[in-house]
Design a protein. Structure first.
Length: 65
């Protein structure tokens, strides 16, 4: 009887662990997206400081290689 009572508790524990593991990639993706947006802003500022447009910066970098 005692082991029969442990079954649902173990299943609940596993379900909670799976839910927590599913949330990790979503939060990591959100952080990466936010960092990419910040990086776009930095690149835009850098392009403005250098005095070109985003299209010119892209063509310059392609010609350099």
């Amino acid at each position: 009887m005692e082991q029969a009572g442990k079954g649902p508790a173990e299943m609940d524990k596993v379900t909670q662990q799976k839910a927590a593991n599913a949330e990790k990639p979503a939060s990591t993706s959100e952080m990466a997206s936010a960092q990419a947006e910040h990086m776009k802003g930095f690149v835009g500022e850098l392009v403005a400081l250098v005095g070109g447009s985003a299209n010119e910066a892209g063509s310059i970098s392609r010609r350099a290689y």
